[in-house]
Design a protein around this ligand. Structure first.
Ligand SMILES: *Cc1c(COP(=O)(O)O)cnc(C)c1O
Length: 414
C-alpha cells in the first residue's frame, strides 16, 4: 500500500480495511463492526507479515549471539527501537525502553524513579480520570514510602479542574502522573500547559499515552514530558510490547527495575554493574518479534500519515456524537471541548452490559463496564458505561449500525 497526501474527505478507508484481515468476517450473521479500539486495536497485514517473517527467517535471541540469525534479529529489534524514537521524536534511542506495555512502564517509573525519591509526607499527583494502571502503581509506592496520593478533580463535562491542579502543586509534590487522553471520557488533556506548570514547581511529569499514541502526532521533546508510556497493542501492533520514554538524564540516575541477563555489564557475587541505557532497564530476553511487529505498525501509520488518521477519527467522533445525541434517554459521559474518538454513554433504564449484549447479537463490538477506571465511574455517578471507540478503519456506516442497534436495545429492554 502506498499513500499520497490526500484531501481529507478522500481518506481511503475501504482500502485500509482490506489491510486488516480480521475485519472481514460475520458475527452472529452480521458483518463485524469492531468499535472496541480503546481496549485494543486490530493488526494490519504489514504487522502480521513482519512477525511471520521474523519467525520464518530471522529469529534468534538478540544481543548475545555471534551468528547470522542473532545478528539479523538484533538489527531488526534495534531498528524497531529507532522507529519508535523517530515516531515520538525522542532525542536519543537510549531514551526508548522496551517494556510489556503502559502498565509496566508506569510501574517502572514508580519503583525506579519515585521510590528512591519519596519521603514520608511527599505527594504524588494524579487525576480523577486515570486508568487503574496510573493509580495502583502510585498507591503501592505510597505504601512503601509514606508518601501521599493527591487526586485532581474533573468538571461536569469531563475536563480537568485546572484551578485545583494549580493549587495541588506545592513543594511536597514529587511527581505528576496523568493521562494524555482519557480512555473513558475521550478528553484530550492540555498536557503542554500542565507540563509547563509542573516544571515551574520543579515537578517531573509522567504522561500515560496509551490512548494518545494511536491518534495524535507525538513529539516528546516539544511536550518536554519527563516520562511517556504507551502500549503496542492499542496502536495496531502486538500485545506484550510497549514503550517507556524517559529523559536520558533521569533514566541515567535511576536504578534498574528488574535484575537479570542483558541488563548487566559485569556480575560477581559481591556486586554487579549495570549496562548502559536502554539495556539497563531491559532485563531478560525481550519480546523480540513483538518489538519488530511494533516497528512495522509504526511504518504502517507513517505511510498513511498521523494527521490524516486523526482527521478521519475526528470526523467519526463528530458523526457519532451527533447521531447518538438524537437517541432519547441517551447521555454521553464526557463532553470535553477537546476529545479523541471515544464515546462513552448511558441509556436510562438499561444496564450497559445488556446494551453490549444486544449489540453483539448484531455483530457490533463495544465495551461495557468500568473500563479499568472504577474511581472515575463512581465519580460520574453511574454503575458503568457503554463505550464505542473508533480507529482508522471504522466507517460512518458502522456508526449508523451502532445507532440502529441502540434503538433496538431500547425497544427490547427499556
Ligand atoms: C489501556 C490503557 C492502559 C493500560 O495499558 P496496558 O496495555 O494494559 O498496559 C493505561 N492507560 C490507559 C489510558 C489505557 O487506555
Amino acid at each position: 500500500m502506498n499513500f499520497h497526501p490526500m484531501a481529507e474527505t478522500s481518506f481511503p478507508v475501504q482500502q485500509i480495511r482490506r489491510d486488516f484481515p480480521i475485519l472481514d468476517q460475520m458475527i452472529n450473521g452480521y458483518p463485524l463492526a469492531y468499535l472496541d479500539n480503546a481496549a485494543s486495536s486490530q493488526k494490519p497485514l504489514a504487522v502480521i507479515s513482519a512477525i511471520d517473517h521474523c519467525y520464518r527467517h530471522d529469529y534468534a535471541n538478540v544481543h548475545r549471539g555471534i551468528h547470522a540469525l542473532s545478528e539479523r534479529s538484533t538489527a531488526a529489534f534495534e531498528a524497531a527501537r529507532h522507529k519508535v524514537q523517530t515516531f515520538i521524536n525522542a532525542a536519543s534511542e537510549k531514551e526508548i525502553i522496551f517494556v510489556r506495555g503502559t502498565t509496566e512502564a508506569i510501574n517502572l517509573v514508580a519503583q525506579s524513579y519515585a521510590r528512591p525519591l519519596l519521603q514520608p509526607g511527599d505527594e504524588i499527583i494524579i487525576t480523577a480520570m486515570e486508568h487503574h494502571s496510573n493509580i495502583v502503581p502510585w498507591q503501592l509506592v505510597c505504601e512503601q514510602t509514606g508518601a501521599k496520593l493527591k487526586v485532581v478533580a474533573i468538571n461536569e463535562v469531563g475536563e480537568l479542574d485546572m484551578e485545583q491542579m494549580i493549587s495541588c502543586l506545592n513543594d511536597r509534590s514529587r511527581l505528576l502522573a496523568l493521562t494524555h487522553i482519557s480512555n473513558v471520557l475521550g478528553t484530550i488533556n492540555p498536557i503542554v500547559d500542565i507540563i509547563t506548570l509542573a516544571h515551574k514547581h520543579g515537578i517531573a511529569v509522567l504522561v500515560d499515552g496509551a490512548q494518545a499514541v494511536p491518534h495524535l502526532t507525538l513529539d516528546v521533546q516539544a511536550l518536554d514530558c519527563d516520562f511517556y508510556a504507551f502500549s503496542g497493542h492499542k496502536m495496531y501492533g502486538p500485545s506484550g510490547i510497549g514503550i517507556l520514554y524517559g529523559k536520558r538524564e533521569l533514566l541515567e540516575d535511576m536504578p534498574p527495575y528488574h535484575g537479570g541477563g542483558q541488563m548487566i555489564q559485569t556480575v560477581s557475587f559481591e556486586k554487579s554493574t549495570y549496562a548502559e541505557l536502554p539495556h539497563k532497564f531491559e532485563a531478560g530476553t525481550p519480546h523480540i518479534a513483538g518489538a519488530i511487529g511494533l516497528g512495522a505498525a509504526i511504518d504502517y501509520l507513517n505511510e498513511i500519515g498521523m494527521q490524516f488518521i486523526a482527521a478521519h477519527e475526528d470526523r467519526l467522533l463528530d458523526y457519532a456524537s451527533e447521531a447518538l445525541a438524537e437517541i432519547k434517554g441517551l447521555r454521553i459521559t464526557g463532553q470535553a471541548k477537546a476529545k479523541s474518538s471515544i464515546v462513552s454513554f448511558v441509556i436510562d433504564g438499561i444496564h450497559p452490559h445488556d446494551i453490549a449484549t444486544v449489540l453483539d447479537q448484531l455483530g457490533i463490538a463495544v465495551r461495557a463496564g468500568h473500563h479499568c477506571a472504577m474511581p472515575l465511574i463512581k465519580y460520574l455517578g453511574v454503575i458503568a458505561t457503554t463505550r464505542a471507540s473508533f480507529a482508522l478503519y471504522n466507517t460512518t456506516d458502522e456508526i449508523d449500525r451502532l445507532v440502529q442497534g441502540l434503538e433496538k436495545a431500547k425497544a427490547l429492554l427499556a
